[in-house]
Write a protein that binds this ligand. Sequence first.
Ligand code: 4SX
Ligand code: FE2
Length: 361
Amino acid sequence: MPADPARPQPAQLNPVLPPVPDIVRSAYATLVVTDLAEARRFWVDLLGFVVTAEEPAALYLRGYDELTHHNLILRAGPVAAAGALGFRVRSPLDLDRAVDYYKALGCRTQRLPAGAVRGLGEIVRAEDPLGFLVDLFASAEHPERLQQRYDLRRGAEVARLDHFNICVPDVPRAYDYYAGLGFGLSETIEDERCVYAAWMYRKQTVHDVAFTGGAGPRLHHLGFFAHEAHSVLRMCDILGSLSLEAHIERGPGRHGVSNAFYVYLRDPDGHRMEIYTSDYYTGDPDHPVLRWSVLDPRRRDFWGNAVIPSWYSDASAVLDLDGAVRPVTDLAQAAEVTVGADGFTAKNPAAPQQGPQQAPR
Ligand code: 4SX
Ligand code: FE2
């Protein structure tokens, strides 16, 4: 029987490649920010991230549920950009596998000793085939557990990192690469012509990584989990009270894809983050894929609210292994923003009044 692409496969899918590293979850990201003090005001003072560690040029932040050292590194630098996307792997053996795997793919790869990234054990850092830096690690320090320190919670009461959303010029190619790493497919946006976006997971949620069709490689956003829809609303209220409402880019609302309640904010450098809550369990071995028609006005906002154009166009540059900003390749397929039926329904006479049914295939 052929492998079910919707299901995480621990074993390799491509027999020509060495065994794949067993990725557990998306775990952290690094953002280069141009003014660390300003970034701290946004991420720590307003959003309420916990500071695990602090250096003159970097902050290591985590959510209140995170039991490892960090979910986000803010590093001061001359140009705003995204550094590595960090994935937890199951064991040190998976680091050896990662080296062989990325070498077989022809990707530049480095092994960094424990502590090279503060709070983490040894790291395999690679420039992946999609052009993103990835950090794979198998061990991390466990700082003080703050889950039940309700007295400390502030801002959006962020719990942990939930997912990476990346801009890629060729969504099926990104799908193939992550399917090869054993990621399951939870949802798509598509039509008979192409797949415009896809959501894939290793942990048992809707996603660890999602693809937005666009010039890439670029980081579209970091999604952070909160426990309560109220946290999303409260964060918006706080920003309004402080006349900082310009940080709110899209939402709050209910996603069609994932069913999560959400808001997107832009940080002082324009990096996009999402506060995301109440998606669903995907861990059954026969978990069915949900395929949304690109013409369904509910797919990106279940209430049919417009997605503003900046959400489709803007994203963060990404760095290569040498710390240089990577050039991007333009979108190689049809653009959802011109086909899709959300805020642009009026421009799209083909859009139905009510979305077609998306029965899982
Ligand atoms: O805009 S979508 O409803 O497609 C969506 C976007 C769903 C889940 C996400 O995490 C996201 O960023
Ligand atoms: Fe997201």
